[in-house]
Design a protein. Structure first.
Ligand SMILES: Cc1cc2nc3c(=O)[nH]c(=O)nc-3n(C[C@H](O)[C@H](O)[C@H](O)COP(=O)(O)O)c2cc1C
Length: 202
């Protein structure tokens, strides 16, 4: 088949998210100016640079039934900071619970029964059970066509749970990072293989 996005795909569900897959999930934690915690998953998410390390995530439009920005975006506009928590397969159901469209001020850490770990460099709540958590400062907010916005941030601090380090390397098979596929589908990383770069071959 062939389609141009503006003309429609004609399928029962938009295949785009299944095409750009698997996508890592940025579990975005924030604390507003009144000290209220917020947590939500975003799979239009990625690392975008490594020196200094930077990440981005995108919000698709406002909250349903309101013209207001999603809570994560509104809080980052207020405070200029956010946490990124890596979702292990063990945390899948709790991650999903935090995607509910609660009113501003509802603490998704509490709703999902997640313990908070305090940021060490920035005033942020982080997911204590996450294998890795990043403390980030807003770099730029970028308007995208339509009503989407992209948040880019600089990583100021990195927390790695020691249990997931083996021989000085992150052992992803020990925590199986969760990724988003299309539709309601997910996949966890459970097989890893290495390949030398062409320049490294003799
Ligand atoms: C796995 C997963 C990935 C998601 N990715 C995105 C995304 O990339 N962008 C987006 O706007 N919403 C995404 N959502 C929906 C948000 O999590 C949802 O709108 C949430 O209520 C936003 O919370 P907030 O208002 O506290 O920021 C995703 C939901 C799930 C379950």
């Amino acid at each position: 088949m062939f389609y141009r996005p503006e003309e429609g795909h004609g399928l029962p569900h938009d295949p785009f998210k299944a095409i750009v897959a698997p996508r890592p999930i940025g579990w975005i934690s924030t604390r507003d100016a009144d000290g209220r915690n917020n947590l939500a998953p975003y799979s239009f998410f990625n690392g975008i640079a490594d020196n200094p390390p930077m990440v981005m995530f995108c919000s698709m439009g406002p909250k349903p039934n309101s013209g207001e920005a999603k809570d994560s975006i509104a809080i980052i506009r207020e405070t200029g900071r956010f946490g990124v928590n890596v979702v292990s397969q063990a945390l899948a159901e709790q991650m999903n619970l935090t995607a509910a469209h609660y009113e501003r001020g509802v603490d998704e850490f509490e709703r999902a029964g997640l313990e908070v770990m305090e940021g060490r460099v920035l005033d942020l709540p982080l997911v204590a059970a996450a294998p890795v958590a990043l403390e980030c400062e807003l770099w730029r907010e970028i308007d995208l066509p339509g009503s989407a916005v992209m948040i880019t941030g600089t990583v100021r601090a990195v927390h790695i749970r020691d249990a997931f380090l083996r021989d000085g390397r992150l052992d992803v098979t020990a925590y199986r990072p969760l990724s988003r596929l299309g539709y309601m589908d997910y996949a966890a990383v459970d097989e890893v293989f290495a390949m030398p770069r062409p320049d490294d071959l003799v």
